[in-house]
Design a protein around this ligand. Structure first.
Ligand SMILES: [Zn+2]
Length: 87
């Protein structure tokens, strides 16, 4: 076997797929396309959160939107869809 084992990781800066030696895992590597430096981490490893941050960000945005929507309703109680109070 010549060379060693590679895995594919996307460059966080230019988004291109890079072949990175597994021995560089956890080390700073430089993208061969844009020369950006980033830490090599195996996407299939347990320590690597695959898109978790993005999902939590989306969830947080959802929460924020929900809060804003509720606040908007509280501020303008003009449109009450409840049953009319007839005497
Ligand atoms: Zn790059």
């Amino acid at each position: 076997m010549a060379g060693g084992t590679y895995y594919v990781q996307e460059c966080p800066t230019c988004g291109r797929s890079l072949q990175i030696r597994v021995e560089y895992l956890g080390k700073r590597v430089a993208c061969q396309h844009c020369a950006a430096k980033f830490e090599a981490c195996d996407p299939s490893s347990v320590n690597y959160p695959p898109m978790a941050s993005g999902i939590s960000l989306l969830a947080r945005a959802d929460e924020l939107i929900d809060t804003v929507a509720r606040a908007g309703k509280a501020i303008s109680p003009g449109a009450t869809s409840g049953s009319g109070s007839k005497c």
